[in-house]
Design a protein around this ligand. Structure first.
Ligand SMILES: C[S@@+](CC[C@H](N)C(=O)[O-])C[C@H]1O[C@@H](n2cnc3c(N)ncnc32)[C@H](O)[C@@H]1O
Length: 393
């Protein structure tokens, strides 16, 4: 019996993400073309879970196998172990399908032997009493656990690590500019609706009408903290795909001017499409490097400036399964340098007495480069993405 199409797709995603460093969501897009909705959902669950837990899965594999493994054998073992350790999928199917995935490689026998041994004896994972063990237990890189342990303390870190492995809540932002009533079931909080039950947001008529858009509750706090007023001139540096830009437009009743700067032309196009869908006609898109913008080039100074620069994204690990393995201390330093340059340009574009807000979707002290009044959200405490939002000055 060959492996099921969903598991073959999951295997392709796992291999592309782990061996080639591909983004899991993009790899899934290609691998799941042609699958029906149920199989696509299963492929996603298995692939994303396996990529997210790979540190723990490799720890288990290394305890059972001393020799080098061919990539397809390791991937089949990772997928099988993920199912055995973290899902309710019937054990027999998890083992048999993983063995099929490894074939015709002779290592398929090893996959069978290791999975059966773990089934009999369990995985004996370490606890989370110290950073090294916690990194294995909660499947995070050790450097990141050490960083959080020093910064937030042991208890907060353990709770955060656990929250990163739970599914993220689905929050929508309701857009009054669409003038359409939104009657979806869920919990309201300001403009946010935390949805109950499954919903295919991007295929929903309310999405097409621009009445809803997915945006985490933490992300929705940013535009409110900038507090734009109707008729003002607002500068949004690093704007695509426009979640916050279109929120600013909504808070201003689409009256005034929002100059939205984005460096990458393709992302700027996504921003244009989003602004149009969300009825935000006050948005003017400017393709440029935010580090180099000047008030002269942008028609004068601004009442308020939002800086939402590229960051390490460590507040969003539950919805980005591969991000924790992609991030690095060196990458954080590079991001910090770019953030500092963007903030300097932002300060130069702000009118006297204006308000500058800096936000990142990360939990990383080196990226908190603006002080002042600040809000930090934590996934385990607030049930939403981890964000840092600060008012400059
Ligand atoms: C964190 S995302 C912004 C998210 C956006 N504000 C939203 O709410 O949807 C950062 C964006 O900045 C863009 N970017 C990165 N470096 C930039 C630069 N130097 N100048 C302008 N845009 C930049 C990236 O392409 C990306 O679209």
């Amino acid at each position: 019996m060959p492996a099921s199409p969903a598991r073959r797709a999951a295997m392709e995603v796992v291999r592309r993400a782990i061996e080639q460093g591909a983004y899991a969501d993009r790899a899934l897009h290609g691998a799941s073309a042609g699958l029906d909705a149920r199989d696509r959902a299963l492929a996603k669950r298995l692939a994303f879970g396996t990529v997210q837990r790979r540190g723990t899965l490799d720890w288990v594999i290394d305890r059972h196998v001393q020799r080098r493994l061919d990539p397809e054998v390791r991937a089949a073992l990772q997928l099988g172990l993920y199912q055995l350790l973290y899902t309710e999928i019937p054990r027999h199917a998890a083992v048999a399908e993983s063995v099929e995935l490894a074939k015709p490689n002779p290592g398929a026998k090893l996959v069978n032997a290791v999975l059966r041994k773990v089934l009999r004896e369990g995985a004996a994972l370490p606890g989370d009493d110290n950073p090294k063990d916690a990194a294995v237990h909660h499947a995070h890189p050790e450097w990141l656990v050490l960083l959080w342990w020093d910064w937030l303390g042991a208890d907060e870190t353990r709770a955060l690590l656990a929250a990163d492995n739970e599914p993220a809540e689905l929050a929508l932002r309701i857009n009054p500019l669409a003038g359409v009533e939104v009657d979806l079931p869920g919990r309201r909080e300001d403009d946010a609706l935390v949805v109950q039950g499954p919903i295919d947001v991007l295929a929903h008529p309310l999405y097409r009408a621009g009445a809803i858009t997915p945006q985490s509750r933490a992300s929705q706090r940013v535009a409110r903290i900038l507090d734009p007023q109707p008729g003002e001139r607002i500068l949004d540096l690093c704007a695509a795909p426009g979640g916050k830009t279109t929120h600013l437009a909504a808070l201003m009743g689409d009256r005034g001017e929002i100059v939205a700067v984005e460096r990458h032309a393709r992302r700027a196009e996504a921003l244009r499409v989003q602004a149009q869908r969300m009825h935000a006609t006050s948005v003017k898109i400017h393709v440029a490097d935010a580090r180099e913008v000047t008030p002269q080039a942008l028609g004068g100074t601004f009442d308020r400036v939002l800086v939402d620069p590229p960051c390490s994204g460590l507040g969003t690990l539950s919805s980005h399964p591969d991000l924790r393995w992609r991030a690095s201390p060196e990458g954080i330093e590079q991001l910090r340098a770019e953030q500092e340059d963007i903030v300097a340009a932002a300060r130069g574009a702000l009118a006297p007495g204006g308000r500058l807000v800096f936000s990142t979707c990360t939990l990383s002290p080196r990226e908190e480069i603006v002080g002042g009044v600040a809000v930090r959200t934590l996934p385990h405490r607030d049930g939403t993405d981890g964000f840092y939002i600060a008012v400059d000055g």
